[in-house]
Design a protein around this ligand. Structure first.
Ligand code: ADP
Ligand code: ZN
Length: 712
């Protein structure tokens, strides 16, 4: 029953982990506390029951933008949802109240302060409320990171609605916060559902920050046309970086708390609507951003703890598609954060330092990054190889003997009295004439000017390894380096092994490996954007990227097969099939592509790159001497079908026997030569450019034939 609703209304084939249990529990009117990471599909846990319940589902939401977004998405699915907040005028309020009283509205979204107003309470008294959902429930706890005192008043509402099941959902909740939520809402016997916090579609990479701007540009170049967020530590940094990127022609906007409300709202809107793909922001940006197709998060500066880091990377890949998270790390950032910590209330400093240290543990680990990350959130991660972090995917570079550089570096640390940070040590090793070096007489040391074989950046890289190998520790407050017992062993000749700075760079971008027709995807995206602008909604309200990816993977040619796609339920089928299917059909005709049957649910990644059995069979027969007409006869199919099989085989890397396919062509030898020349010029990936180059005088079937001849 709920299974069929899942496809029929929401267009999904299967439940995500825990969703089904939670929904069942809610339908049984058992109070529930749900802790699931961002993007794991919490909303469905109350949206689907809301459709089953005869009465109303009230959803408490802390932010206006969040409720508006949800309501917009629900309406696109054909579900009547409303919200109450301070932005509505009298007319809209009256209409909303009518919808609620008449039972037309299945879901009501509101902020806590609106809900506890006498007027709202009176309205709720007039109808049956079956479910009270508290979204972002951690806001109720002083121990959480976004405490909202208004949330404390919700217990009164909860008591007033004894027939409503209570569902509290959040993405962040330590044990303490969980208890707090239950007590504050008076649902102490609520069933707890806690999902794994592993987001396996996020590629996690940490790179030493050597030249932040150049690294950023590099990273952006690996993500053309994709949407993402670059987080910086300060407003100044945001303005600087956004300016530098814009000057170089990148489409970016800044966002931070120092900007006025209007500019912030405007920039956020531009980002959400895919008008501007890249946002450069401080942590002020992100709360209430529901955009599912954020493809990358770049941390330009070190986040101050793993909670922040996890929350920020959580904004990537909510649609479940691969997304890239890169953190640029420098020890200078550690010192900056330490400085800010020292300005805090003394009672909070200790905790902040411990959390920073856990952040460093994550950054410096050489085991799978998911281990320290998930351990921090109380979850054991036991897989050997996650396949989506830099430590698991980069080949361990060949280990080389670093004993001599280590001895040089460590002894320089010792001779300067274990009082200085990495950069000063490097200055001494590289014979710097800086004031700091000369004033302290460090140019007189025996380690002065003995390290010219490595650049400054290379020494920084080596120094990080020495820290990771426990040869020295860095003072958390001042950044100064101190030697450990292990360092003394190195002085005595204990060897040190490690990697040299030119180790392979971060793995290729996670999203670049996508295996679907990029050109069709772009066409579909343009259409989606046009429809969204027309309707005044963000593009993802029309379809998620994931749905477009499926279109560009399976090439559905009929309403029926369009209906099997991810995210296509009854309402979207009715609204959009006639818009998108013809685009796909045209594209397929032009490019000689056939529909691929979508078999296993959510098989997006296992795309059509390996040819099927029939294709290989045709190829083998052909390579063993059968001709085109032979094969048409044998399979009783049109010539274009055989040509398609052969082309697919070629695309999959198979080779075709050399033969004169031109003898089957109806074109004059002159036309044939022109066509072959056009393939040489435009390439063989797509037929359309060649079709156009020949003034549309040669039909596609001929072009298929000539292309095969060209490549064989
Ligand atoms: P959360 O509130 O947990 O951050 P959402 O409820 O916004 O996450 O869901 C994240 C994305 O996952 C949305 O795009 C949603 O439509 C999609 N989604 C939810 N449940 C499923 C499912 N069972 N199958 C496929 N996609 C789903
Ligand atoms: Zn890993």
């Amino acid at each position: 029953m709920i299974q069929s609703q899942l496809k029929q209304i929401f267009g999904y084939d299967s439940f995500r982990p825990l969703q089904e249990d939670i929904i069942q529990n809610v339908l049984d009117k058992q109070d529930s506390l749900v802790v699931m990471p961002t993007g794991s599909g919490k909303s469905l846990c109350y949206q689907l029951p809301a459709l089953e319940f005869p009465g109303l589902t009230v959803v408490v939401s802390p932010l206006i933008s969040l409720m508006e977004d949800q309501v917009m998405q629900l309406r696109a699915l054909g579900i009547t949802a409303v919200f109450l907040n301070s932005t509505l005028d009298q007319l809209e309020q009256d209409w909303t109240a009518d919808q609620i009283r008449s039972g037309a509205a299945k879901l009501l979204y509101a902020a806590p302060e609106t809900l506890v107003q006498p007027r709202t309470l009176a309205l709720l008294d007039q109808c049956n409320v079956d479910c009270l959902t508290i979204d972002e429930a951690h806001c109720i706890s002083e121990w959480g990171h976004d405490f909202r005192p208004e949330y404390r008043q919700l217990v009164a509402l909860r008591r007033r609605l004894p027939d409503a099941v209570c569902l509290a959902v959040t993405a962040t909740a330590t044990e303490r916060v969980r208890q707090d939520i239950k007590t504050s809402l008076d649902i102490s016997s609520a069933h707890e559902f806690v999902a794994s916090f592993d987001r396996d579609n996020l590629m996690l990479t940490v790179e030493p920050k050597t030249d932040g701007l150049a690294q950023t540009i590099n990273f952006l170049q690996a993500h053309p046309d994709e949407s993402g967020i670059i987080y910086c530590a300060t407003r100044k940094q945001v303005d600087f970086l956004a300016g530098e990127l814009a000057r170089r022609g990148w489409s970016v906007l800044p966002y931070h708390a120092g900007m006025d409300d209007n500019s912030r709202r405007h920039n956020q809107q531009q980002f959400i609507r895919d008008d501007v793909p890249i946002m450069v922001a401080t942590i002020a940006f992100g709360m209430g951003i529901n955009k599912p197709n954020v493809r990358f998060i770049l941390h330009y500066d070190l986040p101050k703890n793993l909670e922040s880091y996890y929350q920020q990377i959580g904004r990537a890949g909510r649609d479940g598609l691969p997304s890239d998270c890169l953190l640029l790390f420098s020890y200078a950032d550690v010192q900056t954060i330490n400085f800010f910590i020292s300005q805090q209330d003394p009672s909070q400093q200790q905790g902040a330092r411990v959390r920073l240290e856990a952040m460093l543990g994550f950054v410096e680990t050489n085991v799978c990054r998911r281990r320290p990350l998930l351990n921090y959130f109380g979850e054991a991660y036991n897989k050997e190889d996650c396949q989506t972090c830099d430590n698991c995917t980069t080949e361990a570079g060949d280990l080389v003997d670093l004993t001599i550089p280590a001895q040089k570096f460590l002894s320089c640390v010792k001779r300067t009295g274990e009082l200085f940070g990495v950069n000063h040590i490097i200055d001494v090793l590289r014979g710097s004439q800086s004031q700091k070096v000369l004033q302290r007489g460090h140019d007189k040391l025996s380690t002065y000017n003995i390290g010219l074989e490595f650049s400054k950046k290379e020494w920084q890289y080596l120094a990080r390894q020495f820290v990771q190998q426990d040869l020295m520790v860095q003072d958390m407050e001042y950044g100064s380096l101190k030697l450990t017992d292990k360092a003394y062993a190195v002085f005595k000749g204990e060897p040190v092994h490690g990697t040299l700075p030119d180790k392979p760079q971060a793995a290729p971008s996670a999203t670049a490996q996508a295996n679907y027709d990029q050109n069709l995807f772009q066409l579909l995206r343009q259409k989606r954007k046009a429809l969204a602008d027309e309707a005044g909604v963000p593009p993802y309200v029309i379809f998620s990227d994931r749905t477009l990816v499926e279109m560009a993977t399976y090439f559905p040619q009929s309403r029926a097969s369009f209906g099997t796609l991810y995210g296509v339920g009854a309402a979207k089928l009715a609204d959009f099939a006639d818009v998108f299917v013809p685009i796909i059909q045209n594209y397929c005709v032009e490019n000689g592509i056939e529909e691929v049957r979508k078999s296993a649910p959510t098989a997006v990644s296992s795309s059509s790159s390996t040819p099927g059995g029939r294709t290989l069979e045709v190829l083998n027969l052909y390579n063993n001497g059968r001709t085109l007409p032979d094969l048409c006869q044998q399979y009783n199919v049109k010539r274009s079908t055989i040509l398609n099989h052969l082309w697919k085989a070629v695309q999959a890397g198979e080779s075709l026997r050399a033969s004169n396919l031109l003898e089957h062509s109806n074109l004059s030898p002159e036309q044939q030569q022109q066509a072959l020349a056009a393939f040489a010029e435009h390439g063989t990936d797509y037929l359309r450019p060649v079709y156009v180059a020949l003034n549309e005088t040669v039909d596609y079937e001929e072009l298929h034939l000539l292309r095969l001849h060209f490549v064989s």
